[in-house]
Design a protein around this ligand. Structure first.
Ligand SMILES: CC(=O)SCCNC(=O)CCNC(=O)[C@H](O)C(C)(C)COP(=O)(O)OP(=O)(O)OC[C@H]1O[C@@H](n2cnc3c(N)ncnc32)[C@H](O)[C@@H]1OP(=O)(O)O
Length: 424
């Protein structure tokens, strides 16, 4: 008896190459409802893929009308991300899509299984992604590790506090973004070293961040950079565009902030004053802000900042003992963790964690567990922003030893919020 196609659980997953990439792009573009023609998509994404290589792309194939067709794809970029413990190699998973006629037949599951095995075989300990939908990746062991903020404020309410920090040694420049690329690279690199969740950008990721094709502006101005410089060089920048509008109340333009970084408190004051008080505007919108962004504290009236919190990075511990042993901890902790992991079975088992503020040891053991949880919970908690006690309160993991989870959360805690800020 043959298995009905709708119940297939095994798919052929293989590598691909530059020549086949347009067929892969066609699948991803269709899955993600991309509006451009295929040629335009390929032209847009090819420079990045040429620079990063095609060897990590995996495709699922099926025979359709007697021909082999690509029906699903996934990829990952080799990033270095700032994690508790320092910068670490992280697989930045992206380019996930399944041909619409082949959905819900296990294609993504097969791709995820293969990708995790590939990352593990190459010695990788972490994978991270931005999810198109929050319901997809938990089952594959990814946990919601970072929350970020989309925010806007109306100009009349956007004054800073009178005691916002000032430094007469700082000054502001404005120009097209590409003119200030060296300044942006410098500040971004400095900020990325200390902020959890950040990925320092290589040249082709900067090309992408600064790309400013007129056909993609949607009525907005070319990309501007406002840069703050001090005696020792640049200490802050914001990338933004504007849109002019007039209504019956007068000028009603908008400032759209793509990203901002600063390495000195007084630089934030100058950047925000610039962005919140452009003539002919009525509103400033921020695409991504850290949940602990200084703006909340710098505003005269913090309640006028309208904020929407969303999950940005999902983190996957591909190697649970490896990841837990190279993390730094805020407080000492000893715990026995029973870990389940459907898609990375090498992690499943019982692990003894002994961590201090000077290092951690993780070993397989056969003692009774203090906590039973999934690898996805550890991914969520790893950056110190998503407490495990919340999952326990929701009945999604089990604490066998009272107090064990509170001690684990205290050890995993980080006072500084993680922030990624760049969809990849
Ligand atoms: C990192 C990124 O690139 S994010 C971009 C992800 N891509 C997209 O959103 C594009 C549009 N969607 C698609 O291409 C596909 O529907 C995918 C990739 C989301 C899922 O692919 P499929 O092959 O249909 O997934 P698959 O059949 O393996 O499903 C596995 C499980 O996930 C569930 N699932 C799949 N997609 C979704 C979804 N969008 N929402 C909720 N559950 C989902 C399935 O119901 C199934 O559940 P089960 O294990 O309980 O049976």
């Amino acid at each position: 008896m043959t298995t009905p196609d709708s119940a297939r659980t095994e798919w052929t997953v293989r590598g691909t190459d530059r020549d086949e990439y347009p067929r892969v792009a066609r699948v991803i573009g269709e899955a993600l409802l991309v509006a451009e023609d295929l040629d335009a998509v390929v032209e847009r994404v090819r420079p990045l893929h040429d620079a990063e290589g095609y060897e990590r792309v995996r495709v699922a194939v099926d025979e359709v009308d007697g021909e082999e067709r690509v029906v699903g794809a996934t990829n990952h970029f080799p990033f270095e991300m700032t994690l508790p413990g320092g910068p670490r190699p992280v697989a930045g998973v992206t380019g996930v899509g399944v041909w619409p006629t082949h959905r819900r037949r296990g294609v993504l599951s097969a791709l995820m299984r293969r990708q995790l095995a590939d990352i593990h075989a190459a010695g990788g300990r972490y994978a991270a992604l931005w999810a198109s939908e929050g319901a997809i990746y938990g089952r594959f062991g990814y946990g919601p590790a970072v929350s970020e903020t989309e925010a806007h404020i109306a100009r009349p309410h956007a004054r800073l506090r009178p005691d916002a920090p000032r430094d007469p040694g700082l000054s502001v420049r404005l120009g097209y973004a590409a003119e200030f690329r060296a300044d942006l690279e410098h500040v971004h690199g400095e900020a990325a070293r200390t902020r959890l969740g950040q990925v320092p950008r290589t040249a082709h990721w900067w090309d992408r961040a600064l790309k400013d094709a007129p056909e993609n502006r949607d009525g907005r101005s070319p990309k501007q950079a406002v840069v703050v410089r001090g005696p020792r060089g640049p200490v802050g920048y914001a990338l933004y565009s504007t849109r002019a509008k007039w209504d019956s109340d007068g000028p009603a333009g908008t400032v759209y902030v793509q990203e901002m970084r600063a390495t000195a408190p007084a630089a934030w004051t100058l950047l925000y004053e610039h962005l919140l008080d452009r003539d002919l505007t009525a509103r400033t919108e921020f695409e991504f802000l850290p949940v602990d962004d200084p703006l909340v504290h710098l505003l005269g009236n913090r309640d006028r900042l309208v904020r929407e919190i969303f999950t940005s990075l999902w983190l996957r511990l591909v190697d649970v003992p490896g990841a837990l042993s190279e993390r730094t901890y805020t407080a000492p902790v000893e715990a026995v963790l029973e870990v389940t992991d459907r898609y990375a079975p090498w992690n499943a088992g019982t692990w003894s964690l002994k961590a201090g503020t000077d290092g951690a040891r993780v070993e397989a053991c056969d003692t009774a567990p203090d906590v039973t949880l999934d690898a996805a919970h550890l991914g969520a908690a790893y950056l110190g922003q998503t407490p495990l006690t919340g999952y326990a309160a929701a009945g999604l993991l089990t604490e066998h030893t009272p107090g064990a989870l509170a001690r684990l959360d205290a050890a995993l805690y980080r006072p500084d919020a993680a922030f990624n800020g760049t969809i990849f």
